[in-house]
Design a protein around this ligand. Structure first.
Ligand code: SF4
Length: 390
């Protein structure tokens, strides 16, 4: 048992070290170990990283600086009434933290990310930036659009890598990321079943490590974590089971997640780091692996604030609540996050109609005061425990 406890602690410490690796030392080490190969950054929420992997490069998830980067210059580039992630991302760029990133992908999730892509192009004209337009129509027109968009981007990515697109290589990369998606889903299932063995403050850093590590290494980390956590001897306590909603892009500070847990909540489902769970199930590799990615996105992308799927808004959230046997919902979104906050009233309506308790608060990635949130989450958890079944 001691071996498992030590191994678990060592693994979680390593993952938290990667979470705090705002200078991207791990990416630099990878490049030193792989001379000539490049790294491509991806802003949230989703990009099919297998396309970058298949070109022989390292896909890197960029989530801003969290609470480890002091914003000095970054504020000067953006107005005050937007979220925080673009400021810390620019701060990291100006500070040299992201010199190891050779190109950047900016998915079309909101105006802020689009403006950030323009800022990158102005500041770092020597490094390519690609705006990744995801389809908002899920029919044949959307399919043709997305296939063309992704195909063009694939060619740009290979041009940066100095390689040629190769369907066999892409198929092999898809298999590795399919394995990653399966492992992440298995970890979420384990947490749903026994959240006391898999605290979200640990699960989160283990998942977040996948934004910097090569997928092969991350797959092993996920396997090891599940094994060690399942064998640990933590005892269940009488916490309220909650689902966290709204944290899919700018991430809350780790201490906010810990605060929610210490306030008496088991987080049994969430949309943190949504990119690795946005598309459900395996990508089916057929004759054309790129089309396999397109079709899996069109057919299997889940409900998300940045995708226009107006029918049945909230139905997927209700299903997740049911699957997780959750007793309440914490709407927990970044301040000024238009997609999350515009979606929220529709999701609130869905959970209210289902009679599910909820509460809401906002954060910034560098929020440092947690007492108010602790009191709010604690009161919410207590009210569920005292009156939830009434
Ligand atoms: S936090 Fe929200 S508003 Fe800000 S970049 Fe992300 S999706 Fe856009």
């Amino acid at each position: 048992m001691t071996v498992t406890v030590d191994a678990l602690k060592e693994l979680v410490d390593r993952a938290e070290g990667l979470y705090r690796d705002v200078k991207m030392e791990s990416v630099r080490s990878w490049k030193e170990a792989n001379p000539g190969r490049k790294a491509v950054g991806c802003m949230p929420v989703w990009f099919p990283k297998e396309v970058i992997h298949a070109a022989g490069m390292l896909p890197v998830g960029v989530f801003g600086g969290g609470d480890d980067v002091e914003i000095i210059k970054g504020d000067a580039y953006f107005q005050s009434y937007i979220c925080h992630i673009p400021r810390s991302t620019i701060e990291m760029c100006l500070g040299g933290n992201m010199d190891c990133i050779d190109g950047m992908i900016f998915p079309s999730i909101c105006d802020v990310i689009r403006n950030l892509s323009g800022m990158w192009q102005l500041l770092f004209a020597d490094r390519p930036a690609w705006y990744f337009d995801m389809p908002q129509s899920f029919d044949e027109i959307g399919r043709a659009f997305f296939a063309r968009e992704l195909g063009t981007l694939r060619e740009h990515i290979h041009a940066l890598a100095g390689t040629e697109p190769d369907d066999a290589a892409l198929a092999a990369s898809i298999e590795l990321f399919n394995e990653n998606r399966r492992l992440v889903e298995a970890l979420y299932q384990q947490r749903r079943e026994k959240p006391w063995l898999h605290p979200t403050s640990e699960v989160y850093v283990v998942l977040r490590a996948g934004s910097l590590l090569p997928v092969e290494e991350h797959n092993q980390m996920l396997r090891d974590y599940m094994q060690h956590a399942a064998a640990s001897d933590r005892n269940p306590i009488d916490n309220a089971r909650v689902v966290v909603v709204g944290s899919f892009c700018e991430q809350p500070p780790l201490n906010l997640i810990r605060t929610i847990e210490r306030a008496g909540c088991y987080i049994v489902d969430d949309d943190l780091l949504l990119g690795n769970r946005l598309v459900h199930g395996d990508v089916v590799v057929g004759d054309d692996p790129l089309l396999g990615i397109v079709d899996s996105f069109l057919g299997n992308a889940g409900e998300a604030a940045f995708l226009y799927k107006p029918e049945g808004k909230g139905s997927e959230l209700l299903k997740r609540i049911e699957d997780a046997h959750a007793e309440g919902v914490l709407f927990c979104a970044p301040s000024f996050c238009d997609p999350a906050l515009l979606d929220q009233p529709m999701l609130v309506k869905a959970v209210e109609e289902a009679g599910i308790p909820h509460t809401s608060f906002k954060y910034a990635e560098n929020t440092g005061q947690f007492q108010v949130i602790r009191e709010q989450a604690g009161t919410f958890a207590d009210s569920i425990k005292l009156w939830g079944a009434a």
